[in-house]
Design a protein around this ligand. Structure first.
Ligand code: SAM
Length: 470
């Protein structure tokens, strides 16, 4: 039995009344494992346990060692706590098609990869993380996810006031006291105190106030935490209703989802308790902005990134899918970015610190192309046009570790290495050996000596099958 702080138990008794013992017991229960599939890369084959409120979410019966699964590195799925996947309902059930979305507190990228799969190709996702090292991890996860209509930034929430009225949806998945993670992460229990929940509640208000000007009139702000106390949840939503004129956003829920609806000054709030749902603690609510803002999109901004020249563009012919993308020059690299979103990219670049934008397609050195790893794992690479070698499970792990091994190539030069036809990265066949282009900083570092042959295959079987690249 996990020992909880007495003041936390008192707080939960006030919130849950008679249900409190069931809640307390559930904190000692086993954690549920879930993943979300990347719909641009695959579809699951006969997976038995879907997450009810997420079209791409699935529970796993046991936890595989994800590091040993090549599909994890190929961005075929994202490991995510299932309650968080409820975000999908706000996007699906909102009447308006968004054009620009901001995920303000986005690292490591659970909600951003999800949003990126939910929006259409002509919609922009700006995924922001204020802490620099965490912004790097966020960018890595989004690059593996592979969609071109994404920009990662590393900015403080107040910097977004430079883009008034720019976003149709803002997601604030706020830093919080983490009471909903007690089961998954017992160290969160040690860090918990009433003083810390108060501190978190004030910081959350500051974040909301700072980012509010960037939301368009009629735009939706989705707020969430993974904590239970009302100060960080309903009280902050009530505060927001007093801070600025807003309208409620109500969702239709199915009763068997087990979600509890509460009210914050007329705004419905959705609570996830571990004794009621197959997931961890979570809180979320959304509002629509009623006050007018003059949008920054009416201001003209000079284009900042030049288009690649004809000769450079021709090097990518056939390698990149025939999509409405522009190839741009950024330092020594060529980026692929949706043409329709170029002026939005210029606006973002003029106001924020960009970590990555679109898909890094490659570098051109002495008139030849060095294709970028990001392009290999992207959703825009033209698989059918490229020479490729499909690797076994053991070869894939060796490639991802950057170990030396022998491979039979049919063609010289750049080859796409795949596992179950999902791209893992590039290798350059130079005759008697090949150069492994898998990024050094992303390579598998764990010792895999005990995971060979049947032991490795056994690990892989814990993961239900997915379809090969479509
Ligand atoms: N949305 C993420 C996901 O789904 O993977 C999880 C976000 S986590 C709950 C909150 C994030 O807020 C952390 O990455 C944290 O670094 C960031 N953060 C911390 N302090 C912040 C601040 N003052 N303003 C904005 N973000 C902050």
């Amino acid at each position: 039995m996990i020992l909880l702080p007495a003041s936390f138990e008192r707080q939960m008794k006030m919130i849950l009344g008679q249900e409190c013992p069931a809640f307390i017991n559930s904190i000692s229960d086993a954690v549920h494992h879930a993943v979300r599939i990347n719909p641009k890369k695959t579809r699951p084959i006969a997976w038995p346990n879907p997450v009810p409120y997420c079209s791409t979410g699935y529970y796993l019966n046991q936890r595989p060692i994800y590091t040993l699964d090549p599909l994890f590195h190929a961005g075929v799925y994202y490991v995510q706590e299932s309650s968080s996947m409820f975000l999908e309902q706000f996007i699906l059930q909102s009447q308006k098609k968004p054009l620009r979305i901001l995920d303000l507190c986005a690292a490591p990228g659970g909600k951003s990869t999800h949003l990126s799969s939910l929006i259409s190709d002509d919609c922009l996702l700006v995924s922001n993380e204020v802490i620099r090292s965490r912004a790097g991890v966020l960018s890595e996860n989004l690059r593996k996810w592979g969609n071109p209509n994404v920009i990662t930034t590393c900015n403080d929430p107040r910097d977004f006031s430079r883009l008034p009225g720019f976003f149709d949806i803002i997601v604030v998945d706020a830093p919080c006291s983490g009471e909903g993670l007690f089961r998954r992460d017992p160290s969160a229990i040690e860090e918990w105190s009433v003083a810390n929940t108060d501190h978190c509640a004030s910081r959350q208000k500051r974040i909301l106030a700072d980012v509010w000007p960037a939301l368009a009139e009629g735009g939706m702000l989705i707020y969430s935490t993974c904590t239970f106390n009302t100060a960080e949840n309903e009280d902050n939503i009530t505060w927001l209703t007093e801070f600025s004129p807003v309208e409620a956003v109500s969702l239709e829920l199915s009763e068997d989802w087990g979600i509890v609806t509460t009210d914050a000054n007329g705004i419905p709030c959705y609570r996830f308790y571990p004794h009621r749902v197959k997931g961890e603690g979570f809180f979320t609510a959304a509002v629509r902005k009623k006050s007018a803002v003059e949008s920054v999109m009416s201001q003209k901004i000079k284009a900042t990134l030049p288009l690649a020249g004809k000769a450079e563009q021709s090097l990518f012919s056939g390698i990149i899918e025939n999509l409405p993308l522009s190839l741009l020059k950024f330092e020594d690299n060529i980026l692929a970015f949706p043409t329709i979103l170029l002026s939005a990219l210029d606006q973002v670049k003029s106001a924020l610190r960009i970590v990555h934008a679109g898909i890094k397609a490659g570098e051109i050195k002495q008139s030849s192309l060095i294709p970028a790893h990001d392009l290999a794992v992207s959703t825009i690479v033209n698989h059918s046009h490229l020479p490729s070698v499909d690797l076994s499970l053991e070869q894939s792990v060796s490639f991802l570790k950057r170990d030396d091994f022998q491979l039979d190539f049919k063609e010289k030069g750049w080859n796409l290495l795949t596992y179950q036809n999902h791209a893992l990265g590039w290798a350059k066949n130079i005759g008697n050996r090949f150069n492994n282009s898998y990024p050094k900083e992303w390579r598998i570092r764990m010792s895999t000596s005990e995971y060979t042959g049947e032991r490795l295959a056994e690990e892989a079987r814990k993961f239900p099958p997915v379809s090969p690249h479509s």
